[in-house]
Write a protein that binds this ligand. Structure first.
Ligand code: ASP
Length: 331
């Protein structure tokens, strides 16, 4: 049997509330061990080890926790006793954590994220099935990886640039970290892959890799702060000035093809921090030729929350908009 480590971070999958009810529970209540002990079937699929990274509602996730998680994963990638990694996570920010890991994980072992829409105490919780599916997916990916390595011999050089697949396993769907989005606040089948025409898929996205260990770039173990602003009719441009004073970067979720009012254009032209333009539609792409304000950065196919993750990582290397644009152009 394959060895799979489950890293638990909290979320509804570990939520506890009034027995039988789907709402009014507290996320991140069960410990990793309690969560796994309640699903005996897991031990017939893989040798399971559990580790608690944190136990929170995922809306409280921070870049410090992302970095802690990425460091745990790096240790497990280097541990020959481990074949695959499963992460339990709240669904609200799961796509951001998955995307952060896709941009920072080195190594070839599968990393599979999952969660649940109903708490563990619901009448029909979805967490157990999702966790079983995630562990099975990790075992399958680890088995594929082992047979690929065997058939290609011990050509280590050849594998050096291979990257771990970072996937989300949810409601019987496996979706890449690059394209996954939460698309429903209540449905059990809450995640989907972005429009296949607009996302370029795994291969190109994974060409980008950021080191999370660099003491020089991340002295406090956190990422630079980035604010996301959503444009709506008559939205106050003062928010832009405030963001420029309090954050190192700004992401705009513009209307349509990343557009906004005259007053926002003027405010954006005045500020000095890097600004990435995305669309509040969460589909399609924003290209450099569509930008309303010179010097801003096109977000391509990334929705605003993922654009913020990439901008935070990019800012550890440069604040030059032209250089940052090159990172976004990969999507
Ligand atoms: N608020 C919860 C969380 O993200 C929702 C969930 O897990 O489904 O932690």
């Amino acid at each position: 049997m394959k060895n799979v480590v489950i890293l638990a971070t909290g979320g509804t999958i570990a939520g506890v509330g009034e027995p039988g009810k789907d709402t009014g529970y507290k996320s991140g209540s069960l410990t990793a061990k309690e969560l796994v002990d309640a699903i005996p079937e897991l031990s017939s699929i893989a040798n399971i080890q559990v580790k608690q990274v944190c136990n929170i509602n995922s809306d409280d996730i921070t870049s410090a926790l992302w970095i802690k998680l990425a460091k745990r994963i790096a240790e497990l990638q280097n541990n020959p006793q481990v074949d695959g990694i499963v992460i339990t996570h709240g669904t609200d920010t799961l796509e951001e954590t998955a995307f952060f890991l896709a941009l920072t994980t080195a190594g070839t072992k599968p990393v599979i994220l999952t969660g649940a829409m109903r708490p563990a105490t619901a009448a029909a919780p979805d967490g157990p099935a999702n966790l079983i599916f995630a562990v099975k997916s990790a075992v399958r990916a680890a088995t594929d990886l082992a047979s690929k390595k065997q058939s290609e011999g011990n050509d280590v050089q050849h594998h050096e640039n291979d990257c771990a697949p970072i996937l989300v396993a949810f409601a019987d769907k496996l979706i890449s970290a690059e394209s996954v989005q939460k698309i429903h606040p209540n449905r059990l089948d809450a995640f989907a892959a972005m429009d296949a025409e607009t996302a370029r898929g795994n291969e190109t996205a994974r060409g980008l890799h950021f080191e999370i260990d660099g003491e020089e770039t991340l002295p406090k173990g956190t990422l630079p702060k980035v604010t996301v602003l959503y444009f709506n009719a008559e939205a106050d441009a003062a928010q832009i000035e405030f963001a420029a004073k309090t954050a190192q970067g700004l992401v705009i979720a513009g209307a349509g093809a990343g557009e906004f009012s005259q007053s926002w254009m003027e405010a954006l032209a005045r500020i000095q921090i890097p600004v990435v333009i995305t669309s509040r539609i969460n589909a399609g792409r924003i290209l450099p030729e569509q930008l309303l304000v010179p010097g801003t950065i096109a977000g391509y196919s990334l929705p605003a929350p993922k654009a913020a993750v990439l901008l935070r990582l990019a800012l550890t290397k440069t604040d030059n908009p032209a250089k940052i644009q090159e990172f976004f152009a990969k999507f």
